[in-house]
Write a protein that binds this ligand. Structure first.
Ligand SMILES: CC(=O)N[C@H]1[C@@H](OP(=O)(O)OP(=O)(O)OC[C@H]2O[C@@H](n3ccc(=O)[nH]c3=O)[C@H](O)[C@@H]2O)O[C@H](CO)[C@@H](O)[C@@H]1O[C@H](C)C(=O)N[C@@H](C)C(=O)N[C@H](CCC(=O)O)C(=O)O
Ligand SMILES: Nc1ncnc2c1ncn2[C@@H]1O[C@H](COP(=O)(O)OP(=O)(O)OP(=O)(O)O)[C@@H](O)[C@H]1O
Ligand SMILES: N[C@H](CCC[C@H](N)C(=O)O)C(=O)O
Ligand SMILES: [Mg+2]
Length: 487
C-alpha cells in the first residue's frame, strides 16, 4: 500500500522522501523489519525506538515514522514526523489493514477483576450459538477456533489490527476483547469503534503505573468516552465507580446489579455451592439460571455476559442454554480434584479485591479450615502486598507465603513487604519461597474438609524469575502433590 494512503487522516510533516512509496508492512520493533517496511519509532519506558532506526534501515525499512527531531537522517529513506507515534500507530494500522472493524462487531471488557471471565462467557455464548467469534485476552487469543498465544492482556494496536484483519478474512462476526488500563492509557485501542463495552468493577491495582486511583479510573473510563452513540455500555451498578463510567459514556447505557431492582438486569434468590450457582434474573430478562461456576463474583460476570449478548440480539433461550453448559474458566476458581477428602482450588486472584472475593466465596462453602497460598508479582504495584497479607490473616486459618512471578525484583524483598501486613501477634503462616515446595507443603498440611486456595497465577504456565521463564503450572503442581500425598 502507498505510504500516502497509510497516512490518511493523520496530521504529519514530511521531513524528507516521498509519500508515494509502496510499503510492504508496518512494524514498531526494529527486530522484525523486512524489506520495504515502515518502521514506527516509539519512545518506550525502557528504550527509545528512535535509537533503533539505524537497525531498521539496515534491515530494509523504506520509511520511518518519528515524533522527535533526529541527529542523523539516512539518505533514500522517507521520514515522516507526527505528534505521537504510539497514538498514531493505531490509525496507521487501521489504514494499512483497510479498517477491518467496519465489518466486525467489537466488544470490549474493562475493569479490575472479571475481564477474562466475562470475555470467556461472552465468547462461549456467541460461539455456541454458531457465530464465528474471536477473543483476545489474558489467557489466550483465539480467531475462529485457531489459538494464538497471549503474552499480554491487550496487544498493541498494530498487532490488534493484524488480528482483526485475520478475523475478517476468516469470516468472523464478533470480536470479544479484554481492554486493560495500560491499553487505554497507551493508545492500544485508540479510535477503535466498539459496538459494546462492559465495566466490571474498579479497585486499586496497577498503581505503580497509574500513580493514583483517579488516574487509573480515568484510564478505564476512556473505553466509555470513546463509544459512539449507537453503541451500548453495560455497567455494574454495584461498583461505586459506576456513576463515573455512566457519565463518561457516550453510548446507550445499561446497568446490571445484584442489589438494585431498578437495574436493566438484576439477580435475586441466589444459591451458591462449591462449583455451581443458581439465581433468578429480573428486569429485561426474567429467567432461572443454573451455572457450573463457583463464587458470588461469577453471578456478576454472568449478568454482564447475559445482558451483553441480549443487547447483541441473541435469543434469551439460546443465551441460557449456552451459558449453562460452560464449565468454568481456566485458572479461575478451578477445582483440582484427585479424589482427595478436601477441596483444592486454583484461582487467579492477585489483587486485594479479587482476593477478598475469592476468600469470601471459599469461606461460604468450607466445612473446616481455609488455607490460602499466595505471593505477589515483582515489578508490579507494591502497595497491594501488605493489604493482601492482612486479608489473608483476617479471613484464612493458615497462610502459606510464596513466590508469584518475582520478575526482576528480589524474592526476599517481595516476601518481606507482604509479611509487613501481618499483625505482630500473627503466627499462623509459613514462608516457603519455592512455589512448588510451598504447594506440596500446603497439600500435605490439609485435613479432611479443608479448603486450600492457591492464588495469583491461575492459568499461567511459566514463572518469571529474573530473566528466566521456568515452567510452572499451579494446577499440574497441585495434581502431582496430591498424587504424592496419597501414595
Ligand atoms: C508499561 C508497558 O505496558 N510497556 C509496554 C511497552 O513497553 P515500552 O514502551 O517500555 O517499550 P520499550 O521496551 O521501552 O521499547 C520502546 C520501543 O522500542 C522498540 N525496540 C526495542 C528494542 C529493539 O531492539 N528495537 C526496537 O525497535 C520496541 O519495540 C518499542 O516499540 O511497549 C512494549 C511493546 O509493545 C510492551 O511489550 C510493554 O509491555 C510490557 C512487557 C508490560 O509488562 N506491560 C504490562 C504492564 C501490561 O501492559 N499489562 C497490561 C495489564 C495486565 C492486566 O491487568 O491484565 C496488559 O494489557 O497486559
Ligand atoms: N466480577 C468479579 N469481581 C471481583 N472479583 C472477581 C470477579 N471475577 C473474577 N474475580 C476474581 O478475580 C480473579 C481474576 O479474574 P479474571 O481473570 O476474570 O479478571 P481480569 O480482570 O481478567 O484480571 P487481569 O487483569 O489480571 O487479567 C479471579 O480469579 C477471581 O478470583
Ligand atoms: N496480568 C496481570 C496479572 C499478573 C498476575 C500475577 N501472577 C503477577 O505476576 O503479578 C499483570 O501482568 O499485572
Ligand atoms: Mg484478564
Amino acid at each position: 500500500m502507498r505510504l500516502k494512503q497509510i497516512l490518511k487522516g493523520i496530521e504529519h510533516k514530511i521531513i524528507m522522501g516521498q509519500p508515494q512509496l509502496n510499503i510492504s508492512n508496518l512494524q514498531y520493533d526494529s527486530r522484525k523489519i523486512e524489506a520495504n517496511d515502515l518502521f514506527i519509532a516509539i519512545r518506550g519506558f525502557n528504550v527509545d525506538g528512535h535509537d533503533y532506526i539505524e537497525e531498521a534501515v539496515k534491515k530494509g525499512a523504506a520509511a520511518v515514522i518519528v515524533d522527535r527531531e533526529l541527529a542523523n537522517y539516512y539518505p533514500g529513506i522517507t521520514y515522516i514526523k507526527v505528534e505521537n507515534t504510539r497514538k498514531e500507530m493505531a490509525v496507521l494500522a487501521k489504514n494499512f489493514f483497510s479498517d477491518p472493524l467496519a465489518d466486525l462487531d467489537l466488544i470490549g471488557i474493562t475493569g479490575t477483576n472479571g475481564k477474562t471471565t466475562t470475555a470467556y462467557l461472552i465468547y462461549n455464548i456467541l460461539s455456541k450459538n454458531s457465530f464465528k467469534t474471536a477473543m483476545f485476552g489474558t489467557v489466550k487469543n483465539i480467531i475462529a477456533g485457531q489459538e494464538i498465544e497471549a503474552d499480554r492482556t491487550t496487544p498493541e494496536s498494530l498487532d490488534l489490527y493484524r488480528y482483526f484483519s485475520q478475523a475478517k478474512n476468516a469470516g468472523v462476526k464478533y470480536i470479544v476483547m479484554e481492554v486493560s488500563s495500560h491499553a487505554l492509557d497507551l493508545y492500544r485501542v485508540y479510535q477503535m469503534d466498539f459496538s459494546l463495552a462492559v465495566f466490571t468493577n474498579l479497585s486499586p491495582e496497577h498503581l505503580d503505573y497509574h500513580k493514583d486511583l483517579k488516574n487509573y479510573r480515568l484510564a478505564k473510563s476512556k473505553l466509555f468516552s470513546q463509544l459512539s452513540k449507537d453503541a451500548s455500555a453495560v455497567i455494574n451498578l454495584d461498583d461505586k465507580n459506576s456513576n463515573f463510567m455512566l457519565e463518561k459514556s457516550k453510548a446507550e447505557n445499561y446497568i446490571y446489579s445484584l442489589k438494585d431492582r431498578s437495574a436493566d438486569l438484576y439477580c435475586q434468590n441466589y444459591k451458591l455451592s462449591q462449583n455451581s450457582l443458581q439465581y433468578q434474573s429480573g428486569g429485561l430478562i426474567k429467567r432461572d439460571f443454573q451455572l457450573k461456576l463457583g463464587g458470588l463474583f461469577n453471578i456478576y460476570n454472568s449478568l454482564a455476559a447475559v445482558l451483553s449478548t441480549f443487547l447483541l440480539g441473541l435469543e434469551i433461550d439460546d443465551i441460557v442454554s449456552s451459558l449453562e453448559v460452560i464449565e468454568g474458566v481456566p485458572g479461575r476458581f478451578e477445582l483440582i480434584d484427585a479424589g482427595q477428602d478436601f477441596q483444592l482450588i486454583v484461582d487467579y486472584a492477585h489483587t486485594p479485591d479479587g482476593m477478598e472475593n475469592v476468600l469470601t466465596a471459599a469461606k461460604a462453602i468450607t466445612k473446616n479450615r481455609l488455607i490460602v497460598l499466595f505471593g505477589c508479582g515483582g515489578d508490579r504495584d507494591r502497595s497491594k502486598r501488605p493489604v493482601m497479607a492482612k486479608l489473608a490473616e483476617d479471613m484464612a486459618d493458615y497462610v502459606f507465603l510464596t513466590n508469584d512471578n518475582p520478575r526482576s525484583e528480589g524474592e526476599e524483598l517481595i516476601l518481606k513487604e507482604i509479611k509487613a501486613g501481618f499483625s505482630q501477634s500473627f503466627s499462623n503462616y509459613k514462608v516457603i519461597a519455592d512455589r512448588k515446595k510451598a504447594i506440596a507443603e500446603a497439600v500435605n498440611f490439609a485435613e479432611k474438609d479443608d479448603i486450600v486456595l492457591i492464588l495469583g497465577r491461575g492459568h499461567e504456565k511459566y514463572q518469571v524469575i529474573k530473566d528466566k521463564k521456568i515452567e510452572l503450572d499451579d494446577r499440574k503442581v497441585a495434581y502431582q502433590a496430591l498424587k504424592e500425598r496419597s501414595s
